[in-house]
Design a protein around this ligand. Sequence first.
Ligand code: HEM
Length: 330
Amino acid sequence: MSSTTLGQGAAIAFVCVLATSALSQDADPQAIVDAQFAAAGNQKGVRASGAKGVCVKGSFTPTAEAASLSKAPHFAKTVPVTARFSMGGSNAKISDKTKPVTRGFAMRLSDTTGDLVLVIISAPVFSTKTPKQLLDFATVRAPGPDGKPDADKVKAFTAANPETTKQGAWLNARPVPASFVGVDYWGVHAYTLTNAKNEAKVVKLKTVATAGQLGLSDDELKAKPDSFYADELKDRLATGPASFDLVAIMGEAGDPTSDPTVMWPEENRKSVKLGTLAIAAIEPAATCDVATFDPVVDLPEGIAGPTDDPMFAIRSPAYAVSLSRRSAQQ
Ligand code: HEM
């Protein structure tokens, strides 16, 4: 599948809208979620990804510039936020020390008119570019009778799908984060922001940690227990909120919008600070567990996901399958 890029015009956009439903059906969401659960031994009552995590609450305060890019009410005043930090994958017992695994940041910015949900990860790229590729990626990683994936199958899949190695390579080149709030997170999809004058801009969204990139050295990592993120966050928040800047990286002609395995050259792109996310306190897990953070459906006017990226649309039905399965198993 070729990447659609900015600047290819309305005709392509029209074709892409038509193509989206077909593309998003190239694998069944139920089958993908089954494969995601199987990869960690089908644990009960947990998420298909981000199974281990911490629920928090806080607020989002927009900059003055945010409203010039988006008419979403969440970019016009301070709004409450419910969020969840997590470890990638369906293993609720995964060690916080695991590498290369993305850390996740799901957030719901609430307004009386509706929510704005972003579900983002500690890497600028996703592991796969189509649902079918994600299904195969998860399926080859299913544990065999010895409890481990078949190394030859993983090797063959990787050789045939080289873009699926980019996320792991990016994570492996960086230290394990010392804190859920000591690392940047990316919304790997291209979003369109539309302001009150109906002027649209294509952007990628990123949260930049005010604390900076807090990485653990090999020795520090060795000394840590398998679960330290929840306590670290609790201790940190006891002394005051932890914050992130929400930043829009402005797309330019040629930047791909249909393939979340491709990173835009951020250092050469203008970026605009949309506001500050302040994480204030730990919230009971139930607050986050009762629903799913749906990054597709829960978007207000003024911010829209890509219509030509098949990984985006399929997130909604997949998250619903996981929610209904874990709710039934509680
Ligand atoms: C493409 C970029 C994606 C990113 C950045 C991403 C990130 C995340 C994160 C951070 C979570 C944890 C949410 C929470 O704490 O509640 C999550 C959950 C989940 N993800 Fe994704 N994901 C992506 C794509 C997908 C796709 C394409 C699928 C399947 C087709 C998928 C399936 C799931 C499922 C089933 C859950 C569990 C939802 C729940 O039970 O509430 N994700 N994802």
